[in-house]
Design a protein around this ligand. Sequence first.
Ligand SMILES: [Zn+2]
Ligand SMILES: [Zn+2]
Ligand SMILES: [Zn+2]
Length: 387
Amino acid sequence: MFISLIGSKASGKEEVARYLVRYKGFTRVGLITESQITSASPDTNQTPALTFSSAKKILEHITPRWRTNFVTTDITNPVDLYLLWKRPFTLVVGIDAPMGVRYRRYCLKHSSDAGKKLSLEQFVDLDDSILYTCQQPPSEAKNIDNLSLGISAATLASNKEAAMVVALNAEAEPQPLMSPIIRNASESHELNLKRILASANVSIANTFQTVDDLYMHLDHIDLTNKERIRPSWDTYFMLLSELASHRANCMKRKVGCILVKDNQIIATGYNGTPKGITNCNEGGCPRCNDGTPCGVSLDHCLCIHAEENALLEAGRGRVRNAEGVALYCNTCPCLGCAKKIVQVGVKTVVYSKGYGMDELTLKLFKEANIIVRQHTPPTLSMEIGSP
Ligand SMILES: [Zn+2]
Ligand SMILES: [Zn+2]
Ligand SMILES: [Zn+2]
């Protein structure tokens, strides 16, 4: 597994990397430039165990060693990130935290280094430049200690973050710096870290007061669960049922269902009014539109449930008592659907979220010898940190 940690300034990427190295046996990889190699005072805390001159070189190293676990905090250039992300062993983890929390962390970390002190406004500008513009890989001048080594601002100008610090420290207007990979304004708009953060495989809000709390959270969400990069059958079909639910038109809730036989899909379904009837969300079902409580007056409801639609689409003959037939639903079936599931001979039911009558449903399934399990894929669970 290769984990690429991305995030805003002082969000806690380094702490997550340290957690993975210390407790999960990951090897740190990173980008390095000649100026860093010749640096008189390398920062040993920040230096990765293995360094490379480009993201491509990292990829060449880790691809034949995909069974080994690697982590980096150095890939922030979108092009580099996508180069690595398309591989089946890569997980992109986005980390963020409130601006105030991050600024206080930054000040604390650099309290004894006058050269790195920033006002809140300067910090905001720096943060914006990292998140909203497409910056060069940090390898170009990752270590802003170079500032104290007498390296000229021009040398550092190819790195937005370092150049910004130069400009801010000199109280000069920041120079408009354009990464070579941006060819036009719209491309620059498309490719920025903020957008990539929104589509990361895992998002962590690091609002924790202590490192231990953060580490406990990472344990809790099982960050390195291999299902995040290649889902099990249960996760795969549950994600597909979640996708099917996006087509639901019922006013009450979005439910999706996938019916499989020997792990091959035989039917899909979502809830809503029958064909030719006005969609529920356009006023088609008076009961659903009246705000009737969950499970009440179902006999007046015009909507067909996701499970019913899937069973109807499959047809009784394809399901009846066949071994290997499983029904995946993102919500626990209601009693009405449960009766039909039993009658048609489904052998296994897997659901994710609870509904209002789970006890009754599960009792019926138990009596009918249907295997039931609740499964919430790691990618569907909330992974937001708590204050
Ligand atoms: Zn409805
Ligand atoms: Zn209804
Ligand atoms: Zn139902």
